[in-house]
Design a protein around this ligand. Structure first.
Ligand code: BDP
Length: 679
């Protein structure tokens, strides 16, 4: 009832007749392979069937089973090969086939991880009441890399974490409860995630030591837990490690002793963790060291690490979140939105084959609304990973409800015009458009040691949805919301319906009462919670709205602004450049306009600000009331945890409304057309 089990709650079947029918069907289980991941799959199945159907599975030899469930790999289980081996070629390394006929349900895959994904798929269908007698399913993930980034620090804090302390570290030590880490691995694997970078991209002194003993052995213990669930462990590394850990005088990527030092570290790491995933690197950004110090570029830096990892099949994931955070707005070239493209586009084609660039979905920093990063589609000869932020840094910090899946879907479906046949972002990052060997998704986790993992119980839907989308970006936001609600909260249709409505409205509501029309920010500096219209306006961080008594917005056109709009391809560049064609929701990201400018919707900018803020605050109040209508269907723990947050959101939304409306009323001197009170 606390929400700890999240979407693996596996609620007992309420309908007794149905339960009996199903229990009669699934009573035997056959799995013959000795493999930790297969054993984990078996244990998930047992646990799931027990929990949903109240039935203990009995084990039997695969060659003798006639009714029940048989699972395994095509190589390791003859019966599986006979029942669905023909699917093998289409499944790749991680896909699975499920075939049911004449009372026998077979789950087959090429690898144990595939089997585990198949088992979780089956349990999802069972939990949703969608497991039919003549099932035939084949799935394989759209993306090779489906990764989670923990921003956890060894002192136990989590950068931008809103659900308590780290489950991996405490008091400057690697400290974890194996059970808790295992349960996290189960949650991640159940939605198909297969990689985790276990420490913050801002690597401080102590975490720099993760790649050497004594800490490396402890990291290896974590890797072993994740390995069982098909998840590879990665480490964020400090570019200056050769100096800070190795005692060398330099970290110059072209220096021979530095290159050798990294190779030796790779040797050590792979001795301790044979399936180590690789390094995640934030360099030359927000005061982190990097190749610039030595007059080298990002390719020099990434390729040096890539060379060290290549003999072991390791990857270097190099972040493109690079900009000068000490540079005020000087001229058109210092627009922060331009920075990633300006830095990385000229390097296209120069990265080693085992380097991936990790690019935030937008050019700024996880705002509620941003255009898509123009690097997607532009770099044809470079592997790319898209980076999302599940943790709600700028979207209410898990105190406000903000279901992010619709935002991610819009990004993934964005047409880049990178080729004639159509090149939406999702086809770029999965590697298909340019035939890239590596690609996929990464996202900053939203979990901590809170009992329900995410603080706000409904924020679990974001982690769930991220995994589901990484596996299959074609799933709709509605389907994902409904799946999550039915599995996590329970299958009651009224609850599922109401929660889905709440989730699906929440992003629009949050956007309505915060920064308008794509302009972003307007939050308190540093912690980034709550309204502060000019919080960053006269600051060095490069995030401005340029509001004065005449108008607002950032001119990023080629004609008169920073030229950022010109980083897009073809019609995207034209549309963003044009005041008439620029989508309303991004208008102030691309254009500086008078308050009286008429949007395509027909209302003026100032009236739009008033309307959305009154409306958003109102609807935030309704969210809380919708939740309260479910009181009788909810266990206390879960209900109260969410209610408290929804009530806080409702109050806080009013504060946002009043601050923003008042600010713009005073700046513009234009009253609300409907005469509503603005303080
Ligand atoms: C920003 C966060 C900061 C992170 C940075 C990053 O405010 O804490 O270190 O992104 O992604 O959103 O590196």
């Amino acid at each position: 009832t606390s929400g700890y089990k999240a979407w693996l709650a596996l609620h007992a079947r309420a309908d007794e007749a149905q339960r009996k029918r199903e229990a009669a069907r699934y009573d035997w289980l056959a799995a013959c392979e000795q493999h930790d991941t297969i054993a984990a799959a078996v244990s998930e199945l047992r646990n799931g069937i027990r929990s949903i159907l109240g039935q203990e599975l009995r084990e039997i030899d695969p060659n003798r089973i006639e009714q029940g469930i048989v699972i395994g790999t095509f190589d390791g289980n003859e019966r599986i090969r006979a029942l669905c081996g023909d699917a093998s070629e289409q499944l790749g390394a991680e896909g699975f086939a499920i075939r049911a006929s004449e009372g026998l349900m077979a789950i087959g895959a090429n690898t144990p991880s595939g089997v585990l994904y198949g088992v979780f798929h089956l349990l999802r269908l069972l939990a949703l009441g969608e497991l039919t007698e003549n099932l035939s399913v084949m799935e394989r993930p759209a993306n090779g890399l489906r990764m989670i980034n923990q921003w956890d620090n060894i002192d136990g804090s989590i950068e931008r974490g809103y659900a308590g302390q780290s489950i991996f570290y405490a008091n400057d030590a690697i400290a974890f409860q194996p059970e808790r880490v295992r349960d996290y691995a189960r949650l991640l694997a159940s939605v198909g995630l297969n990689a985790i970078a276990i420490n913050n991209v801002n690597v401080h002194r102590l975490e720099s030591g993760f790649i050497t003993e004594p800490l490396l052995s402890r990291i290896a213990e974590l890797a072993a837990i994740f390995r069982v669930y098909g998840i590879r462990l990665y480490l964020s590394v400090n570019f200056a490690s050769p100096i800070e850990v190795g005692g060398l005088p330099t970290a110059d990527p072209l220096a021979q002793d530095v290159r050798l030092w990294w190779k030796e570290r790779a040797d050590d790491i792979y001795r301790a963790i044979p399936d180590f995933g690789g390094f995640l690197v934030k360099a030359d950004s927000e005061n982190r060291p990097g190749p610039f110090t030595y007059g080298r570029n990002h390719a020099d830096g990434a390729n040096m690490l890539a060379e060290a990892l290549a003999p072991y099949g390791g990857l270097v994931i190099w972040r493109c979140f690079v900009y000068d955070c000490k540079q005020d707005w000087r001229d058109r070239t210092t627009d922060r939105a331009r920075a990633a493209y300006d830095h990385f586009m000229p390097l296209d084609g120069t990265f080693h084959p085992n380097v991936l660039l990790q690019i935030k979905n937008g050019p700024m920093d996880f705002q509620v609304r941003e255009p898509v990063s123009p690097l997607f589609g532009a770099m044809e000869r470079t592997n790319q990973l898209i980076e999302f932020q599940i943790t709600q840094e700028y979207t209410g910090q898990q105190r406000h409800l903000c279901y992010l899946v619709p935002q991610w879907k819009a990004v993934l479906d964005f047409e880049t015009f990178a080729c004639h046949e159509g090149a939406p972002v999702k086809r770029i990052v999965d590697g298909t458009v340019f035939g890239r060997p590596y690609g996929g998704f990464a996202a900053v986790s939203n979990i901590g040691c809170d009992e329900n993992w995410t603080g706000h119980p409904l924020a679990q839907a974001n982690l769930y949805g991220y995994g589901r989308l990484a596996w299959n970006p074609e799933l709709s936001a509605e389907t994902i919301a409904a799946e999550w609600a039915a599995q996590a909260i329970g299958p009651d249709p009224q609850a599922v319906d109401t929660i889905c409505t709440m989730l699906l409205e929440s992003l629009d509501i949050y956007e309505s009462y915060t920064a308008p029309l794509g302009v972003g920010w307007m939050v308190n500096p540093e912690h980034h919670y709550g309204p502060n219209v000019d919080g960053y306006e006269y600051d060095k961080w490069g995030t401005y709205h340029f509001a004065d008594r005449y108008g607002i917005g950032v001119d990023r056109t080629v004609a008169s602004g920073t030229g950022y709009a010109g980083q897009y391809i073809g019609d995207n560049a034209k549309a963003f450049e044009s005041l008439d064609r620029c989508p309303d929701e991004l208008l102030l990201f691309f254009h500086h306009v008078p308050y009286t400018h008429k949007l395509q919707s027909g209302v003026t900018v100032i009236q739009h600000i008033y309307n959305t803020h009154f409306d958003g605050a109102e609807r935030a109040g309704e969210l809380a009331r919708k939740w309260q209508s479910l009181r009788h269907l909810m266990p206390d723990g879960l209900y109260l945890a969410a209610e408290a947050r929804l009530l806080e959101q409702a109050e806080h939304a009013k504060e946002w409304r009043d601050r923003i409306n008042t600010y713009f009323y005073r700046k513009s001197g234009i009253a609300d057309a409907w005469g509503r009170t603005i303080y």
